[in-house]
Design a protein around this ligand. Structure first.
Ligand code: M6R
Length: 612
């Protein structure tokens, strides 16, 4: 999705904006632009289609754009093709208003017609140009200043936006407005930053102020002042972000994805430790006291993509060890089918970014229905984290690669910890089982390191199969949940078609796709389901499939069935997803590398999906 950076201070803005935008490249974009202002001179705008390097070249790395105040943008096309004309910033005809925008203005067509009736002309196909000209219209019509013009615009537009605006009459000031699109304000002595995502400003400041929905702010060298829709000043405190700027850099790895695969043991250890108090799980700090846990009738997990896959795995764990009914829902479907939720139930939303539009909307729907909500989120201060009743923060640090790895495994660990605590508090496991589960969880980091150490075999195998047309993943129970994630990991970055199937379901249709040499990956980490899945693997093998088995050490008989077998260390079966997914992350990675793809920035995808 689009990226935004803005700067006002005592330094040259353009190089800071370019550097900030480069930190947001991972979000996916097709064009970029800068608008910089030198004192009260006219704003200069430079735009370029394609990579950020084009913009850097055009501006001599920002050096040719002089000025201490500026805004920058990377665009991921929604309205109008990727082109220099459609790239942001957009400017009102006489240069009164210049702005960049993330999000979607739903009623832009109607607003455009209104503005055309007032003699406005349009040079681009974007909804952003419409909103810029609407601000210009209100600014000139009412003549009460930027905040008033922005507030009037906010009342008139429908949709989502993070808007960063410069007004010709107000040099040395940047105005922002927000609804349902991520945006943070960074503050430092005599400097202010605005960005759509934390990594863009981490090199300059870690002190941020969160701007809420339907709020505006004025940024200048004197700091940031926040306003509500009535134009009243809203007092705010700044928060300190613990993430290290280095954590958002590649640190010697060729790709962020591999770096993040390697970071999993530490991220998991940190996440486990964050939930422990005196060696026991303590959910009270996140608002889940024992009497609340005892009173919850059922759980609905809502999420998108990999986070949804975490939910599928967590459902097995919760139901098996805590004996509480759980259903798992895709956030994009949940809100459109008038869900029936139990008033004593709890909705758990899972999101790495904390900004996924569908998940955020589902959270709001649950809250409107008066249901308790718990968010498992990685990004501190994100919209979902701020709006949920209770928050479990995963400690994965910044995740840059579009394909999630450490985000996914830390979400799994968070849900395991919650499930174990629910089981204990609700009397479904005794102290011995509780200690056993906890000690098993603590073995994850070391075991993941062991799997990563063995990555060369996966690399070799991936090089051999990288030209595959289709790949199928089959498994039962938790192994099916692992298949879902393995299949997504493969397809999203290698562009090889793949499907995940509950192993028993294959013969109800999909088996007709199996041909000579089709790669089928059988995941078999669940001892009770081992033989059943092996039978399904044999069914496809007898129809010509080439079989890869993914199982735990000890199940060496897998080699009698599979053509190639990958082993992961043994762990309590409830937690096997967290280990078995690692070879599949590596498989996706090496397929992608072998096919010469852009691993960290796969085509058509964005890291954080902030539109529905
Ligand atoms: O930030 P979120 O966890 O809410 O993101 C959800 C999905 O967009 C995300 O998991 C997506 O499926 C990843 N690209 C998968 O690698």
């Amino acid at each position: 999705m689009c990226g935004i950076v803005g700067y006002i201070g005592d330094k040259q803005a353009a190089p800071i904006l370019l550097e900030g935008l480069s930190k947001l490249e991972y979000r996916g974009y097709d064009s970029a632009g800068l608008a910089v202002r030198d004192g009260d001179k006219k704003v200069k705008v430079v735009k370029s289609k394609g990579r950020l390097s084009g913009l850097a070249e055009k501006t001599n790395d920002g050096k040719s754009l002089k000025g201490n105040c500026g805004i920058g943008h990377t665009r991921w096309a929604t309205h109008g093709e990727p082109s220099e004309t459609n790239a942001h910033p957009h400017v009102a005809d006489d240069g009164t208003v210049t702005a960049v925008h993330n999000g979607i203005i739903e009623n832009y067509q109607e607003l455009k017609e209104k503005l055309q009736r007032h003699d406005y002309n349009f040079y681009s196909q974007t909804d952003t140009e419409v909103v810029v000209k609407l601000i210009d219209y209100y600014y000139k019509k009412y003549q009460v200043g930027p905040i008033d013009a922005l507030a009037k615009t906010m009342v008139r537009v429908r949709g989502s936006y993070a808007l960063v605006v410069m007004f010709a009459d107000y040099p040395g000031e940047i105005y922002v407005a927000r609804k349902d699109s991520p945006m943070i304000i960074g503050v430092k002595d005599k400097e202010c930053f605005v960005a759509s995502d934390v990594p863009a400003i981490l090199n300059y400041t870690r002190d941020v102020i969160y701007i809420d929905n339907l709020e505006m702010a004025r940024l200048s060298t004197d700091g940031a002042v926040f306003y509500n829709l009535d134009g009243d000043v809203v007092p705010k405190e700044s928060s300190h972000i613990d993430w290290d700027a280095k954590a958002a850099e590649k640190g010697g790895f060729e790709h962020f994805m591999m770096k993040e695969i390697y970071e999993q043991p530490k991220a998991i250890e940190d996440t486990i430790n964050s939930a422990l108090n005196d060696g026991k799980i303590d959910l009270e700090a996140m608002g889940l006291k024992d009497d609340i846990i005892k009173d919850i009738s059922d759980i609905t997990i809502v999420a998108c993509g990999s986070a949804y896959h975490v939910g599928v795995a967590a459902q097995y764990v919760f139901e098996d060890i805590a004996r509480i009914p759980v259903r798992v829902e895709l956030a994009s479907e949940f809100r459109y089918r008038n869900p029936i939720l139990n008033e004593k139930g709890m909705v758990i939303v899972i999101s790495q970014s904390g900004e996924t539009a569908d998940t955020l909307a589902a959270l709001r729907e649950a809250k409107e229905m008066g249901i308790r909500t718990l968010a498992i989120v990685n990004v501190v201060g994100s919209s979902i984290a701020r709006e949920a009743d209770n928050v479990f923060y995963t400690l994965a640090g910044p995740e840059i690669s579009v394909a999630t790895t450490k985000g996914y495994t830390t979400q799994l660990v968070a849900s395991y910890l919650i499930a174990i605590q629910f089981a204990k508090v609700r009397g479904k496991i005794d102290d011995k089982q509780y200690d056993y589960y906890l000690s098993e969880l603590k073995t994850l980091p070391e075991k993941i390191n062991k799997i990563i150490d063995d990555k060369d075999r996966i690399q070799w195998f991936s090089a051999k199969f990288a030209n595959a047309k289709d790949v199928f993943f089959i498994g039962r129970g938790i192994d099916y949940a692992i298949c879902l994630e393995g299949s997504l990991k493969l397809k999203e970055i290698s562009y090889v078609h793949s499907e995940a199937y509950a192993a028993g379901e294959l013969k109800h249709g999909t088996i007709s796709l199996i041909e000579d040499g089709t790669l089928v990956i059988g995941v078999i980490t669940q001892p009770e389901l081992y033989e059943k899945t092996v039978s399904n693997m044999l069914e496809v093998k007898s129809r010509g499939a080439y079989l890869m088995g993914l199982t735990s050490y000890g199940h060496y008989e897998t080699e009698d069935t599979a053509n190639f077998t990958v082993y992961v260390p043994k762990i309590d079966e409830h937690f096997s997803a967290c280990l078995a997914v690692i070879p599949l992350q590596l498989l996706g990675y090496y397929f992608s590398v072998a096919r010469g793809n852009d691993v960290d920035k796969p085509r058509n995808l964005a890291k954080s999906v902030t539109v529905e």
